[in-house]
Design a protein around this ligand. Structure first.
Ligand code: SF4
Length: 229
């Protein structure tokens, strides 16, 4: 069976809207500033975007605050062809823990992560429907550590349920991931060293950022590795 080319499908949707002279409204779920940097740069050429930050998976709350502030800062200072506005969802970690019950020991990339994708995509679909958006999607597929097929499968399923169009994506394609690394450097973005939840934090190799000069250099060096996006 041929694998779907989600990037090509996205390009076809963009081309169609351009031919029709449309700038559709997109609700773009974002997992973090580094992942959203390239996606905002790319999609704001064709869409009017609301950047939706909904990530109840992030632990602890101080880490959530750090990530959301960085997201708001980037959204504000990055230039965009069409407007990009910022919308913070509710930080409700209990929903995440409820979903993760019984999957605490799953490896990263397993069933718990699929539930985590769905939790966030479902909230995005609902917000897109309630706000009358033309499309919704997520930045998550830019990460080499995330399962693009699964993300698109879930996106399409919840789109059907909420009756709002989903934009297929595999943002790591066409140099997307590499560009996000460049933009992270350019804007001096905070790049976390674990995916987000308490389980990934304890499995991750580093639990805390090192604020020493050497530690800062390590963080910069990590920009070249595909870890923990
Ligand atoms: S490892 Fe990442 S994707 Fe998986 S459950 Fe934790 S936060 Fe969600």
């Amino acid at each position: 069976m041929n694998r779907r080319n989600y990037q090509r499908e996205l390009e076809q949707i963009i081309e169609r809207n351009q031919r029709e002279g449309k700038v559709p409204r997109l609700l773009l779920h974002s997992c973090c500033a580094p992942c959203s940097s390239y996606v905002m740069e790319y999609l704001s050429r064709y869409f009017s975007i609301t950047l939706f930050y909904y990530n109840p998976n992030i632990y602890p709350p101080e880490e959530y605050e750090k990530r959301v502030e960085e997201q708001a800062r980037l959204t504000d200072c990055q230039p965009h062809l069409h407007p990009v506005t910022f919308l913070e969802g509710t930080y409700d970690p209990d929903r995440f823990f409820q979903m993760a019950k019984g999957h605490e020991k799953d490896r990263e990339g397993g069933e718990r992560c699929f539930g985590c994708y769905e939790l966030r995509l479902r909230e995005a679909a609902q917000a897109a429907r309630d706000g009358g958006y033309d499309y919704f999607t997520t930045t998550l597929s830019i990460s080499p550590l995330k399962n693009a097929e699964k993300l698109n499968e879930i996106g399409e399923r919840v789109a059907e349920e909420y009756q709002v169009a989903y934009l297929p994506s595999d943002f790591k394609k066409k140099g997307g991931y590499q560009r996000s690394v460049e933009l992270s450097r350019e804007y001096g973005l905070y790049r976390q060293n674990y995916c987000g939840c308490v389980y990934s934090r304890s499995q991750g190799k580093v639990g805390q950022q090192d604020s020493t000069e050497e530690g800062q250099q390590d963080s910069i060096d990590m920009l070249d590795t595909p870890v923990h996006l």
